[in-house]
Design a protein around this ligand. Structure first.
Ligand code: SOE
Length: 397
């Protein structure tokens, strides 16, 4: 079957991993060139996974031209110029550094790495690669929700004035049932941390992105509510837990609550949990400043609540901005006003921005250095929690 091309120069993408994030990224790569007028045409050249049968099926389902079972072979392909890493965190550093050293651009899913040390090595590789015109980006996709990209412009324009408070929560409930099995996200050696790195990384990045400030210190509590879970079926019982009980230890946090101070002195509060019963993917945030406030709820992601404190008190109050106008970020390419977007469009926007950055030879945020900064906050949270919430500084970049 002849490939449909637009006659444009192509950007060959190779993706490692094809689960939830791989499917979401595939949607982004397939769609970006069909909605936005891109300088390069993304080509889904190859997808990689260890199981030959499963990855072949994923290639067919997700629209990839070829399937590989070794990420090193994927990186070596001449038709791959950009490597997209959608694997668990324990392989991010090895794959990203090898891809950058092989001359490829890299998009790496969040969190950047499982440790600060790995993240620092990734930043060093990215800096070497930048000198060769290569781009390295970390996939904090919520920055590309139009309402949040627009919120950033309002903060940057001073519409909130001096910031006093940032409060962000990210609530899920998929671990409430103790019978949920011991998947890779619950094992420190694979995931690095639990709700903290998976959900907390997003809200730390958003707080720093929206305010334009870094967190300088945190005080934290973390908890693991269910400490043993059933091994996945097919695991040999007794690998973990005494006497082959068929269960294994959860070695990561189930929830993290922390406060923080931003560089300007504004105060921040964060909650990341997988035990907020009834909350499925509830990322909510509010910024309070001298001149106004902003509020956002991912479950209503086409809306932004804005309170302009400079207006007549008799008329003041939070008003709902429906972020679907052509002048709002990304929206000109989509539907007429009022026809909202969804979660998956953040990956289309991410792909669009990355293709444009590659074509322009310009770095694109969030960079690996941004990912390292988040990793340092996460490490400070874990250190504080281990010291019974002692306030812990975040080392500057
Ligand atoms: C966790 O379940 C998760 O898939 C995160 O890993 C993603 O980053 C988030 O966007 C949705 O929830």
């Amino acid at each position: 079957m002849s490939e449909v091309t637009t006659g444009k120069q192509q950007l060959g993408v190779g993706m490692v991993g094809y689960a939830f994030m791989g499917a979401a990224h595939s949607q982004g790569w397939r769609t970006a060139g069909r909605v936005f007028d891109l300088p390069l045409e993304p080509r889904l050249a190859a997808v990689c996974g260890r199981d030959a049968t499963a990855v072949r099926s994923a290639a067919d389902r997700l629209g990839w031209a070829a399937a590989e079972t070794d990420w090193r072979a994927l990186i070596a392909r001449d038709d791959v110029q950009l490597v997209d890493i959608c694997t668990p965190g324990d392989s991010h550093a090895e794959i990203a550094i090898a891809a950058l050293d092989a001359g490829k651009h890299v998009l790496c899913e969040k969190p950047l790495a499982n440790t600060v040390e790995e993240a620092e090595a990734m930043v060093e590789a990215a800096e070497r690669a930048a000198a060769r015109g290569q781009i390295a980006m970390v996939g904090f996709n919520y920055r590309r929700v139009p309402a949040l990209a627009y919120a950033r412009t309002l903060v940057e324009a001073g519409r909130l004035g001096a910031l006093r408070h940032v409060r962000v929560t990210y609530l899920q409930d998929w671990l409430v049932d103790p019978a949920f099995p011991l998947t890779w996200r619950l094992e420190k050696d694979k995931a690095g941390s639990g709700a903290l790195g998976d959900l907390g990384a997003h809200i730390v990045d958003l707080a720093q992105y929206l305010t334009g400030e870094h967190l300088t210190g945190v005080a934290a509590l973390t908890e693991t509510f269910v400490r043993e879970r059933p091994l996945l079926s097919g695991s040999s019982a007794g690998l973990a837990g005494e006497g082959g009980s068929g269960t294994g230890p959860v070695t990561v946090d189930d929830a993290a609550l922390f406060t923080g101070r931003l560089a300007s002195g504004a105060l921040a509060s964060f909650e990341a949990t997988r035990f907020a019963t009834g909350r499925k993917n509830a990322l909510r945030l509010e910024l309070n400043g001298e001149r106004g406030s902003l509020a956002f709820d991912l479950e209503r992601l086409n809306e932004l609540a804005f309170h302009d404190h400079t207006t007549d008190p008799a008329e003041a109050g939070f008003r709902r901005i429906l972020v679907t106008e052509p002048q709002h970020p990304y929206l000109a390419a989509w539907w007429p006003p009022g026809h909202g977007l969804g979660y998956e469009h953040t990956f289309v926007h991410q792909a669009r921005d990355l293709v444009e950055a590659v074509a322009a030879g310009k770095a694109l945020a969030p960079t690996f250095a941004d990912g390292l900064q988040v990793q340092r906050v996460l490490a400070a949270v874990e250190e504080s929690a281990q010291k019974n919430s002692v306030y812990t500084p975040v080392p500057p970049l």
